[in-house]
Design a protein around this ligand. Structure first.
Ligand code: ADP
Length: 607
């Protein structure tokens, strides 16, 4: 059950938003939006408030320029300070209320989106806890992390801003267009001529930037991956004096990133400049055409003033909409990845009649068990053996023979295809998974420790253990001494990857944890890596104490352990090819005795 380190490489996905980036891939936009909506719908009342605020603020943003135009006309007709003050106060009121509504809608929207994300994140996390082990083995840890953090963040950011902007943009564009048409259809025509120019200009740039942004993403991924690899392999690099070579490789990757970044930024930097220029052109057209229309008396000067402001109000949301669309796509893609996990089947519920088992004696039997991970190939076939309470079973065989799988089946991480597994004569099928797993203690060679104090890590074995009990178990496992020599003693905080204590010490801790749990069944994965002799003696002594009176399954590598086992199962290609005690197997003169002889000839103590 050693962990495959390559599965733990974090994969950080980064999304660039905005114009110029390649749109993210979305499978079913409508369905996903509906699902997000279902989370948001629980905040329906607040959502209605936000919508009302959006309508009010958009309405006022339309009213502002109209009043400005009307003010200009009023003053031309009746040039006195009274009119000026009235119009100015009105305008002031409009802008103050508009800001107020904008602030309120923002406030409520953030409230909604944070609540929504909170619920989604909780849902995702609790679902992850209920997924079968196979699900995690099939995926990279980094990839899953990325969904919980990056993808969620992406959805959250979009909900915060894009929803409001999207609705506001649509309302503003429609409203502006309608009022402009009402004021002067002809001038409206002149104003909107700029839109197709903007559209095609933007498309031209987007096509170019898209390519470079994609390249930039790829090179960024390369650089990140390389740095990550270097961090984890720093010792090897130093040992083989590869620093120069590594620096050269990095420079090449960095150069590629620089080049793609340069072009991506240059092209996308054009966009605001182009927009600005086109806005100015549009301004000139309105003033020119409006001036002519005003001269022949078909519109007033005020209308020109109104139009110049409207023209900006009209083109900016168009630009925003393009931006938001990419942002929304990216969030939807993120949400889809989150929902994919939520849709994964949970570990099967316990059978209806499954019962909680309390104390077991530890009699284990496998009867004609067949099992396969994938449908076609049998990983284990016809596994038969029996272990009486308190016995030690050693599992021996080459890598991939199926040793770990047998243990996973006993813990019921997977369901068998055929046969039966019995504990104290009762099928494990009829026991609840929780109560079954509570009977087992696990000591792996790469034992997981959590990022908390040593005391809490040990207590993971039994949550209600008192401090005295924790220390008693640590003493029995020969861990107490080194713990008390640490500056913070039992309060020392461990890194989750086991940093802070040595490999051997970590094993002692996991033995102590198992002792505290006091299970009837024990699963041990013997260390293959060498540990200093003193620690090894301690580990062996602690283990033999731990194993006393418990049925133990050992994935064994050392001849000494195997020799002491009551039952040795020799596995090859998923089958038990020999079984018996050390003496019995030696007499059989088969695979096992050959293995032992070869080891002895080499003078090694491990198999
Ligand atoms: P051992 O512990 O003896 O090294 P395992 O029990 O880990 O062997 O593996 C037995 C076989 O099952 C191997 O061929 C391995 O590739 C395969 N296997 C192990 N875990 C999985 C898994 N999660 N999905 C598919 N195949 C697996």
């Amino acid at each position: 059950m050693t962990k495959d380190k390559s599965r733990n490489q974090p994969v950080i996905r980064r999304h660039h938003q905005g114009i110029g980036t390649a749109p993210p891939k979305v499978d079913d936009m409508k369905a996903t939006l509906k699902r997000i909506w279902r989370y948001m719908y629980q905040e329906k009342k607040k959502f209605n408030v936000v919508l009302a605020m959006i309508v009010l603020s958009s309405g006022l943003s339309l009213l502002g320029p109209y009043l400005l135009g009307a003010a200009v006309d009023e003053i031309i007709e009746e040039p006195n300070t009274g009119t000026l003050w009235t119009m100015l106060s009105l305008l002031f009121g409009v802008y103050v209320f508009q800001s107020l509504f904008l602030w309120l809608q923002n406030y409520w929207m953030i409230n909604i989106s944070q609540n929504t994300i909170y619920k989604m994140r909780n849902h995702l996390f609790s679902h992850l806890q209920r997924l079968p082990i196979l699900f995690f083995q099939k995926r990279q840890q980094g990839e899953l992390m990325s969904r919980l953090t990056n993808d969620m963040e992406n959805v959250s950011r979009t909900l915060n801003t894009a929803v409001i902007q999207f609705v506001t943009s649509i309302l503003t564009i429609t409203g502006t267009l309608l009022i402009m048409l009402w004021l002067s259809p002809l001038l409206t025509l002149f104003t909107v001529t700029i839109v197709p120019v903007m559209y095609f200009g933007m498309k031209w740039i987007t096509k170019r930037t898209g390519k470079y942004f994609k390249e930039q993403q790829k090179h960024l991924g390369d650089v990140n991956g390389y740095v990550e690899e270097m961090f984890s392999g720093q010792t090897i690099i130093s040992m083989f004096s590869r620093e120069e070579r590594v620096i050269k490789d990095f420079e090449a990757k960095n150069e590629a990133l620089k080049n793609s970044g340069y072009w991506a930024q240059t092209y996308s930097g054009f966009i605001p400049k182009l927009m600005n220029m086109l806005n100015n052109v549009s301004f000139a057209i309105i003033v020119g055409a409006g001036g002519l229309l005003a001269l022949n008396g078909s519109i007033s000067i005020g209308v020109i003033v109104t139009f110049t402001t409207y023209s900006r109000q009209f083109t900016r949301p168009l630009n925003d909409l393009a931006n938001q669309y990419n942002m929304i796509l990216s969030a939807v893609a993120g949400a889809e990845r989150v929902f994919q996990i939520i849709d994964e089947n949970e570990e099967k519920q316990d059978e209806q009649l499954a019962e909680d088992i309390k104390e077991i004696k530890g009699d284990i039997e496998f009867r004609s068990v067949d099992f396969s991970y994938e449908k076609e190939n049998l990983t284990l076939s016809n596994i038969n053996f029996h272990a009486s309470p308190g016995e030690t079973v050693a599992l021996v065989g080459p890598t991939g023979a199926g040793k770990t799988t047998i243990i996973s089946l006993l813990s019921r991480f997977y369901e068998i295809n055929k046969g039966s597994i019995l504990i104290d004569g009762q099928e494990i099928h009829s026991m609840t998974r929780d109560s079954l797993r509570r009977q087992m203690g696990v000591v792996l060679q790469d034992s997981t420790m959590f990022h908390t104090t040593i005391r809490e890590n040990l207590r993971y074995g039994r949550l209600d253990a008192t401090d005295e009990e924790v220390e008693y178990a640590a003493k029995a496992a020969h861990a107490h001494e080194f713990i008390t020599h640490l500056p913070d003693g039992y309060e020392t905080v461990l890194d989750s990857d086991g940093g802070g204590v040595s490999h051997g010490q970590r094993q002692l801790l996991s033995i102590a944890r198992a002792m505290l749990a006091d299970p009837a069944l024990l699963i041990l994965d013997e260390a293959t890596s060498s540990i200093d002799t003193v620690t090894e003696i301690k580990i062996n002594d602690a283990l033999s104490k731990l194993m006393k009176g418990r049925t133990s399954f050992v994935i064994a590598h050392r001849l000494n352990t195997i020799r002491a086992a009551d039952l040795i199962l020799v596995l090859q290609h998923g089958e038990i090819i020999e079984k018996g005690s050390h003496q019995e197997l030696l007499q059989q003169e088969g695979f096992y005795s050959g293995l032992v002889r070869a080891q002895q000839a080499e003078g090694k103590a491990s198999v």
